[in-house]
Ligand binder design. Structure first.
Ligand SMILES: [Zn+2]
Length: 92
């Protein structure tokens, strides 16, 4: 799935609820999901990790949507090199 499509799906499916919750509440959910991802990475198997990675991506897309950020455009910063040292592989 392309990032544009993920953000559009999140906007269409969760946009109204996300706007009602607001940025702060949505950010709190995002952080909760990052915690669940940490547990999955350290104590669970591949299926749980896959689910938590997808949840974190969806909440990240919700936050991008709420704050007017185009995730696909943001991702281009890492499209072909490290944005700090401008090299690939990174040398910084
Ligand atoms: Zn670098």
């Amino acid at each position: 799935m392309e990032i544009e499509r993920l953000q559009a799906m999140v906007r269409d499916t969760y946009g109204a609820r996300d706007r009602a919750r607001g940025v702060e509440g949505t950010f709190a959910w995002f952080v909760e999901e990052v915690g669940e991802l940490s547990r999955a990475i350290h104590r669970q198997g591949h299926d749980e990790r896959m689910q938590e990675f997808s949840d974190v991506l969806a909440w990240l897309a919700s936050l991008a949507e709420l704050t007017g950020v185009d995730l696909a455009e943001a991702a281009t910063r890492y499209a072909d090199r490290c944005p700090k040292c401008d090299a690939s592989p990174c040398v910084c």
